[in-house]
Design a binder for this molecule. Structure first.
Ligand SMILES: *[C@@H]1O[C@H](CO)[C@@H](O)[C@H](O)[C@H]1NC(C)=O
Ligand SMILES: *[C@@H]1O[C@H](CO)[C@@H](O)[C@H](O)[C@H]1NC(C)=O
Ligand SMILES: *[C@@H]1O[C@H](CO)[C@@H](O)[C@H](O)[C@H]1NC(C)=O
Ligand SMILES: *[C@@H]1O[C@H](CO)[C@@H](O)[C@H](O)[C@H]1NC(C)=O
Ligand SMILES: *[C@@H]1O[C@H](CO)[C@@H](O)[C@H](O)[C@H]1NC(C)=O
Ligand SMILES: *[C@@H]1O[C@H](CO)[C@@H](O)[C@H](O)[C@H]1NC(C)=O
Length: 331
């Protein structure tokens, strides 16, 4: 009895073992196949991202994980830059396309050895879509400043911007100012960074107020203020805006004019530079503030539509350095 019962048991347990073995084999095979497929996929992804790093201009331009923001593609920042500029472009959270476009515009320019950080500046986000999409932009580009304010044109956004910077860029290890100059620019202005840098290089790094003087017919930078298309001050004035009561008590009004009033009342900006007519409004529609496109250009303002942007970019031959490749043909 004993033997007869053990035999089927043995056979059964043998069958069990072979079943476990074969399923084990299949599991191994499955894992092997899964890994091979995925390795191919990972490899493909890796290759894709590598080629992106080489061919996609703002992949490199904006991949400065440690540095505050982007440095234009041909940055010669192996040595310390002699000029460090923050360009804050005031815009609105929902203007995603404009930001992507401007990243192209600035990510493909060289800066002649200067450090230029272009950042987009707006007030508090107001909905959940923005909280996802803007956060993604920050993860990818890290070029956004969100101020503690409600979106407004002429009720102190500019004050909030300048007065927030000393704390935002407060680096306790570093006694030096984080930037030599800080600019506020419109999102319909095109700056040519090399020309901007060359115009700034000879200028003082203290008490400087730079821009396109308003009224348009005036060439005297002390009368009266610099246009909101893009004006720039040295870092000491940024600190003064933060600490003085003069700006704090005068927030309402056209932001560029109000800014000029602060400096006037506070007797700041002893050094001034009028960049007219290297800065100007787009030729059409004609006005006392416009100028023809010409080579000696630092900035063109009022680029209100694609056609004006494209005509401007074409005029300045911005795509002339496109490298030849078998992958495309652009006559
Ligand atoms: C991004 O920057 C880091 C640190 O500088 C560098 O190691 C990495 O290769 C860069 N990645 C790309 C895709 O350029
Ligand atoms: C930014 O990059 C420059 C040049 O590579 C470096 O000297 C500087 O320390 C960096 N700044 C930060 C905040 O990492
Ligand atoms: C970067 O600029 C230098 C001099 O300004 C130039 O010689 C060099 O070719 C540029 N490199 C690239 C990749 O554009
Ligand atoms: C902006 O957002 C911050 C953080 O969410 C909040 O503390 C602050 O009160 C908001 N400011 C305004 C002006 O709404
Ligand atoms: C910068 O940080 C130091 C040390 O934490 C602090 O004493 C100083 O007030 C800060 N400055 C600004 C402008 O926030
Ligand atoms: C653009 O290129 C053309 C043809 O090479 C040249 O004649 C023109 O002066 C260039 N324009 C500027 C603004 O450099």
């Amino acid at each position: 009895m004993k033997t007869t019962t053990t035999r089927p048991e043995r056979r059964q347990s043998f069958a069990k073992i072979s079943f476990t073995l074969s399923s084990f084999f299949f599991v191994i095979l499955f894992i092997y196949v899964w890994f091979s497929i995925n390795e191919v996929q990972f490899e493909g992804l890796r290759k894709l991202s590598q080629s992106a790093a080489i061919n996609f201009p703002f992949y490199q331009a904006f991949n400065s994980s440690t540095n505050t923001s982007f440095i234009a593609e041909n940055s010669t920042l192996t040595s310390d830059p002699d000029i460090r500029i923050l360009i804050g472009i005031t815009t609105l959270p929902n203007n995603y396309n404009r930001r992507h476009f401007l990243r192209l515009i600035y990510g493909t320019q060289s800066t002649n050895g200067a450090q230029i950080d272009v950042k987009f500046v707006f007030c508090n986000l107001t909905n959940d879509d923005q909280r996802v999409l803007v956060a993604l932009e920050i993860m990818r580009y890290d070029d956004i400043i969100i101020l503690d304010c409600e979106e407004n044109m002429n009720r102190g956004k500019t004050y909030t911007y300048f007065s927030s910077l000393p704390e935002m860029f407060n680096n306790t290890d570093d006694k030096y100012a984080p930037y030599d100059y800080v600019m506020k620019a419109d999102d319909d202005t095109y700056f040519r960074l090399e020309n901007l840098v060359e115009s700034i290089r000879p200028l003082p790094k203290e008490d400087l107020y730079y821009g396109y003087v308003i009224p348009c017919s005036s060439m005297d930078p002390f009368k009266r203020y610099m246009s909101g298309m893009g004006y720039m001050v040295s870092w000491d004035i940024v600190e003064w805006i933060r600490s003085s009561d003069i700006p704090k008590n005068h927030l309402e009004g056209p932001e560029d004019k109000v800014f000029g009033d602060w400096l006037h009342v506070g007797k700041r900006g002893k050094n001034r530079y009028n960049a007219k007519w290297s800065m100007y409004n787009y030729p059409t529609p004609p006005s006392p503030c416009t100028h023809e496109l010409w080579p000696d250009t630092i900035a063109v303002h009022l680029l209100k539509n694609d056609e004006k942007w494209i005509k401007t970019l074409k005029y300045f031959n911005v795509t002339n350095n496109l490298k030849p490749s078998k992958l495309y043909h652009i006559p």
